[in-house]
Design a binder for this molecule. Structure first.
Ligand SMILES: *Cc1c(COP(=O)(O)O)cnc(C)c1O
Length: 424
């Protein structure tokens, strides 16, 4: 059984149309990296685009803004156009700027307009804390008490959300809905199309956090009629720690004043007139605030080249097949060892990682790391394993589960302290 699975993995690797992309990445020597959902690995392409940005600065100084192969002045717009296919949008609806949290602030500052009874923001109890903090502070800026005006959809099982419950919570008091496309712990993929449609039918604006879906799952934001979206580029997009994020604003909203205005949101034709009357860009460019963080935007260019070459549909197909294989191995190789899979099983309900609950998850994560498998731990008891389509193989998945099995059989995890690291 075990050997048949190993041979199967090798055969899939042989036939893998994306296998050549593995060589594009710096894989940590001797390790199986399964943490691309937290921080994607460096690619040679991203590295090259950082060096090119440095060369332009070294060789051109101030002229780098408008000269060279990738002038800095229109760089965010150029990256937005390259990223648009990943979210299913027109080029002018996407901008590479800010960060997840800053972009959510910008979106709420722009789109959250409490009026009459519609004063609530609807989110959920499973969302990432930063999103919730941003929502709470935006409510306070309007003089509203988050305890009353932030509604959070509950979770029955503590891991997933029920889409019917989300839709049922869309009352006449809700002004804006903010949800994650893929939940960061359980990896549940919500039905963005259905939920977006339900919000729109009720006159509610909807914004999606794509941190865990961008680069893992295809989107059709424009067609679905999503109002806004925001994300980071350092997880599945492999653009480096703290790299510049992204946002989407549907074209029907273009032409408004951004909630948080700054000179880089200007219409580019007049930006350098230095007029005190702000003329916003006519597209998603209006939501930029200040000077782009060029050195943190540069790697996004190289990363996006790889996505363009590989194709999002192929990436999703392989990702689903990797996570399906991983779940199968957990169920066969690790049966009776106390693991439960808490991500949804269906292909159209899960994102790019597998979430395992185990009461010894902290110590198992330490033992895995020592055994050369880089997992991700989320308190109190979740192991997230993300086999990434661009750089992980089926054999990686097979080997990682074998090492995990050894850790369980030999009880190797008992040597470690029940204490999580600072970051995970
Ligand atoms: C990773 C992540 C963030 C991180 O926000 P930053 O502003 O990029 O630090 C926020 N929300 C979600 C859902 C995430 O997964």
């Amino acid at each position: 059984m075990t050997n048949a699975m190993k041979e199967q993995a090798a055969a899939w690797d042989q036939a893998d149309v994306l296998s050549r992309f593995r060589e594009e990445f710096y894989l940590p020597a001797g390790e199986i990296y399964l943490d691309g959902n937290s921080l994607g690995l460096l690619s040679k392409r991203a590295e090259k685009s950082v060096w090119e940005a440095l060369s332009a600065w070294r060789e051109r100084g101030i002229d780098g803004w408008i000269e060279g192969e990738r002038p800095w002045f229109p760089f965010a717009e150029r990256l937005g156009a390259m990223m648009a296919p990943l979210v299913g949008a027109d080029a002018e609806e996407v901008m590479v700027t800010g960060s997840t949290t800053v972009n959510l602030h910008q979106m709420l500052a722009t789109f959250y307009r409490p009026q009459g009874a519609r004063t609530h923001i609807l989110a959920d109890v499973l969302n990432f804390p930063s999103d919730i903090y941003a929502i709470q502070s935006q409510l306070r800026l309007h003089g509203l008490d988050p305890a009353e005006h932030l509604l959070q959809v509950k979770s029955e099982d503590g891991h997933t959300l029920d889409e019917d419950a989300i839709i049922a919570a869309m009352s006449d008091e809700v002004a804006v809905v903010v949800l994650s496309a893929v939940l960061y712990r359980s990896g549940q993929l919500l039905d963005m199309e259905r939920i977006t449609q339900a919000a729109r039918e009720r006159g509610i604006l909807i914004g999606w956090d794509l941190c865990h879906s961008i680069g893992a799952v295809p989107h059709r934001l424009s067609e679905w009629g999503v109002d806004f979206a925001f994300w980071c580029n350092y997880k599945y997009l492999n653009s480096g720690p703290g790299s510049v994020g992204g946002l989407f604003v549907h074209k029907r909203h273009h032409g408004r004043l951004p909630g948080l205005a700054g000179w880089f949101g200007s219409n580019k034709e007049v930006q350098f007139d230095m007029d005190h009357h702000f003329t916003p860009a006519s597209d998603a460019g209006a939501y930029q605030i200040g000077t782009p963080h060029l050195l943190s935007a540069a790697p996004v260019y190289g990363s996006l080249e790889l996505f363009r070459e590989a194709g999002m549909e192929q990436i999703r197909r392989k990702s689903l097949s990797l996570t399906r294989f991983l779940m199968e191995l957990v169920e066969t190789e690790l049966a009776g060892m106390g693991f439960s899979i808490v991500n949804p099983r269906a292909d159209n309900r899960r994102g790019g990682h597998v979430a395992l609950v185990h009461e010894e998850a902290v110590r198992i994560a330490h033992a895995l790391k020592e055994a050369g498998v880089i997992p991700d731990f989320r308190a109190p008891n979740i192991l997230r394993l993300a086999p990434v389509a661009l750089y992980n193989s089926y054999t990686d998945v097979w080997e990682a589960v074998q090492r995990l099995k050894r850790i369980m059989v030999e009880k190797e995890y008992e040597r470690f302290e029940k204490k999580r690291g600072v970051v995970a």
